[in-house]
Design a protein around this ligand. Structure first.
Ligand code: AMP
Ligand code: ZN
Length: 136
């Protein structure tokens, strides 16, 4: 997809209005239109990159510093009990908008949400084989 057609580029750069929680030269933090919980926010880099594979290391490190600051502020203001950070890359991983974004999902006791995977099982040998596959 061309970045001229990218909705998150337009939002991040202010061409499309959004409920902005924070903005600086590099990032805009907005409220998600389909919130998983109260306060569900998205950190958008202003520079277009589709996913973790395309973002620069500078952007990558800036995202987590900003997430840390936003997590503190949102927790103070919303009095949430926890916070999930979720970041999807590729259709297979559930990414629907191909512009890198980090979800910040405040969690509340008994909020009824599920952001979990089904734990699997594997042998020590299988773990060792995967380790070798990745590191070898
Ligand atoms: P993902 O599945 O990780 O690509 O997440 C895309 C997220 O963007 C979803 O949580 C949507 O609710 C959200 N979203 C899509 N369009 C907009 C928009 N125009 N403004 C705010 N959030 C949006
Ligand atoms: Zn974009």
């Amino acid at each position: 997809m061309k970045k001229e057609d990218c909705i998150f580029c337009k939002i991040a750069n202010g061409e499309i209005p959004s409920r902005t929680l924070y903005e600086d030269d590099q990032f805009r933090v907005i409220l998600d239109l389909g919130p998983a919980t109260k306060g569900h926010a998205l950190i958008l880099p202003k520079e277009h990159a589709a996913d973790i594979f395309e973002i620069s290391e500078e952007t990558a490190s800036g995202v987590l510093v900003l997430a840390k600051r936003m997590a503190v502020k949102m927790t103070q203001k919303l009095h949430c009990d926890g916070m999930n950070l979720v970041q999807n890359n590729g259709e297979a991983a559930g990414q629907t908008v191909p512009h890198f974004h980090l979800h910040m999902i405040p969690r509340y006791h008994n909020d009824g949400q599920k952001i979990n995977w089904i734990p699997g099982e594997c042998t020590q040998e299988e773990l060792e084989a995967v380790k070798r596959e990745i590191t070898g």
